[in-house]
Write a protein that binds this ligand. Structure first.
Ligand SMILES: *[C@@H]1O[C@H](CO)[C@@H](O)[C@H](O)[C@H]1NC(C)=O
Ligand SMILES: *[C@@H]1O[C@H](CO)[C@@H](O)[C@H](O)[C@H]1NC(C)=O
Ligand SMILES: *[C@@H]1O[C@H](CO)[C@@H](O)[C@H](O)[C@H]1NC(C)=O
Ligand SMILES: *[C@@H]1O[C@H](CO)[C@@H](O)[C@H](O)[C@H]1NC(C)=O
Ligand SMILES: *[C@@H]1O[C@H](CO)[C@@H](O)[C@H](O)[C@H]1NC(C)=O
Length: 609
């Protein structure tokens, strides 16, 4: 049993610990989405007679923070059950009898009898997933057909076990220098203009990040000198846990799984490790596994400007009534692409102008930082800013372009910051799990850079590749550089490189949306090429993960894959049901709106700071 100690984070945590969390909040490049999948029992199958070893019981909803919001989800129809399962702590040591207790939550199939279970993972790495399944169960059951139990498990090192990752001893104290280092770093981070756009600051950022993390991580290593959990939380162990769950469920011994974002990475990993045990496997919002296991995601920085232009295009399509920025285009120009280009240029010049000369108004100062914030809000729609909030930001950008109503912008900024602070609490809890899993999984040179210069050029490369959001992952290399633990069993991506692709028992389904800013569609195409008979479904739209934006077409395809094992033709295209800025007229909140609070906590906080 390894999970009895209390988490090391919390309100009274020492400041270096806080600093790491703050750093990660800013620099970790999470792959998160809010998001969700099985096959009829084969009663003649060899394993079918094994009774389930998992004893489902009521969930401690209070401890898990699961409360229906306005009667949603309707827990009479979508009840949840909880259970635990003991699994080996160290799969690489067959003689060890140490165990780890996995926590599980399931939403039973609304249509009984159930045809088996679908496991899910909602991203991260480091998202425990309970709340995500709880709130999205109705939506996910509608995608999967409602005949399967949906099951999430808190991956190792997340949830309560997160506290074991870098638990501090009672006598761990921060020195005054530590505290100064952190506040220096904090003040740079708080001014994005500084650290995004000056190469000198880039260098300083790398140096400070390495220095500060080195010290804190060394302390962590010291506290774990007789072995510790950080080595056991890597993705391959999580994949092995999944198969333990499949065995314990006592169904047909096959895996049915839907992984979103980082969950897709877990998906390709488990499919490669256990190809003949795959019954259904969906990778949605697909991460590039070569990049993840090497230096961290990189391809999402490509074509960022095109994705921004696509959002502006939606704004123009929605018209000035909905999206105020549409008033700022020159209607003398007939071609929409030109209008979009000019609008983007106007926003860029606005940024430069304010960078030179901030505007003082009665209740504060408007700076170029505001342009970045508003633009980020606009681009984040697919990540969880609601359309309403994005349109609000469009209105403020419009005001700024026209030098009007600026005091109102300052007030809105304060509200925005409050909202993000609230959201960041959730993301903070993901910081140690993220570092332990993502940094421990890395194998490439970036995981063990020779020199600071390597890290500086990595940061520069990222900022150069994407002017819009390169800065968000610029320092992730620096964040991992001094991480002292290696996952005990690392995944080797050369396992993908089989002649004819990895031969899974049943083909994999990859889903990507056209303008995903976190996990681009090209990743889905890339990963598909390594899995025999797999297919890519393109959802034409903006979400990170397909079901953020409803698509009847995608829903049908997923249902048919889950229920009948039908794989759509490769590169099938599905439309989304609504345009990006179209809001539903119905007064009852749509399912997706109910998901948004979760999404905001998951995506946007990281996205902004
Ligand atoms: C676990 O292994 C240790 C050392 O091999 C042994 O002393 C201990 O009794 C074992 N514990 C259990 C519960 O089997
Ligand atoms: C990034 O762009 C700057 C300015 O254009 C250039 O000086 C620098 O060499 C580039 N760095 C990398 C790593 O591409
Ligand atoms: C991965 O496997 C390949 C082929 O078996 C081997 O050459 C390579 O050294 C392995 N890489 C690592 C990091 O173990
Ligand atoms: C997939 O992505 C990796 C990493 O970017 C790249 O090295 C590889 O060539 C890509 N494969 C295909 C088939 O595009
Ligand atoms: C599906 O199509 C994509 C894009 O053309 C391609 O990269 C991928 O290799 C195809 N998948 C398979 C299994 O052939």
């Amino acid at each position: 049993m390894v999970r009895q100690r209390r988490p090391s984070y919390g309100l009274n945590m020492p400041s270096t610990s806080k600093g790491i969390l703050f750093l990660c909040l800013t620099l970790c490049s999470f792959m998160l989405a809010s998001p969700t999948l099985a096959k009829p029992f084969n009663t003649r199958g060899q394993t079918a007679e094994i009774a389930s070893l998992i004893k489902w019981g009521p969930c401690d909803v209070e401890a898990e923070g699961l409360f229906p919001v306005n009667g949603y989800p309707n827990i009479d129809v979508y009840p949840v059950q909880c259970a635990t399962l003991s699994v080996p702590l160290d799969y690489t040591n067959p003689t060890s009898n140490q165990t780890f207790i996995l926590e599980l939550l399931r939403s039973p199939a609304p249509n009984q009898p159930s045809r088996g279970s679908i496991l899910l993972n909602f991203g991260g790495p480091g998202v425990p997933g309970f709340a995500e399944l709880f709130y999205s169960a109705p939506l996910l059951h509608s995608y999967t057909g409602g005949y399967h139990d949906l099951v999430v498990f808190k991956p190792r090192g997340t949830g309560k076990s997160a506290g074991l990752l870098c638990a501090r001893q009672d006598d761990d104290k921060d020195t005054p220098e530590d505290i100064t280092e952190f506040s220096d770093l904090e003040s740079i981070l708080e001014n994005p203009n500084e650290w995004i756009f000056s190469w000198n600051t880039t260098k300083t950022m790398v140096e400070k990040t390495v220095k500060v993390t080195e010290k804190s991580y060394a302390k962590c290593a010291e506290n774990h000198k007789n072995g510790g959990i950080p080595e056991y939380v890597g993705t391959t162990f999580v994949a092995r846990d999944m198969m333990q769950i499949v065995d314990a469920l006592g169904e047909d011994g096959l895996l049915r799984y839907w992984g979103i974002s980082y969950g897709s990475l877990l998906g390709v990993t488990v499919a490669t490790m256990f190809p003949d045990r795959i019954d259904r496997l969906i990778c949605d919002g697909v991460a590039n596994a070569f990049e993840y296991y090497d230096r961290g995601q990189l391809s999402h920085l490509i074509e960022s400007n095109e994705k921004f232009l696509a959002v502006l295009d939606e704004c123009l399509a929605a018209g000035a009534d909905k999206c105020a920025l549409a008033q700022d285009v020159d209607t003398g120009i007939t071609s929409r692409p030109e209008q979009v280009q000019l609008l983007a240029k106007a926003i860029e010049s606005l940024w430069h102008r304010l960078h030179q000369t901030p505007i003082k108004v009665e209740n504060g100062v408007v700076t170029s930082g505001d342009v970045i914030r508003l633009r980020d809000n606009l681009i984040s729609v697919p990540l969880g800013t609601t359309a309403g909030e994005a349109l609000e930001s469009a209105r403020h950008l419009h005001n700024l372009l026209n030098d009007q109503n600026l005091p109102e912008l300052i007030l809105a900024r304060e509200l925005d910051n409050e909202r993000k602070k609230e959201a960041s609490k959730y993301v903070q809890e993901l910081s140690w799990p993220f570092i332990a899993i993502a940094c421990g999984d890395r194998t490439g040179v970036q995981a063990h850079p020779e020199t600071l210069d390597d890290l500086v050029s990595e940061a520069k490369l990222r900022v150069n590749t994407s002017q819009l959001w390169g800065h968000q992952s610029a320092y992730s290399g620096a964040l991992c550089a001094k991480w002292p633990f290696e996952s005990k069993e690392k995944f080797n991506t050369s396992l993908f490189l089989l002649e004819g692709g990895v031969q899974t028992r049943k083909p994999l389904l990859f889903i990507g949306t056209t303008y995903d800013t976190r996990t681009p569609l090209q990743n889905a195409r890339n990963m598909s090429s390594y899995f025999a008979r797999s297919a890519v479904l393109e959802q034409r739209g903006f979400g990170h993960g397909s079901f953020l934006a409803p698509s009847t077409c995608t829903r049908k395809a997923v249902k048919s894959y889950i229920m009948d094992g039908k794989i759509p033709p490769n590169n099938t295209v599905c439309k989304e049901d609504q345009a990006l800025f179209e809001t539903t007229s119905s007064s009852s909140p749509s399912t997706v709106n109910l998901l948004l609070p979760i999404l905001i906590s998951m995506g946007v906080a990281v996205y902004h700071r």
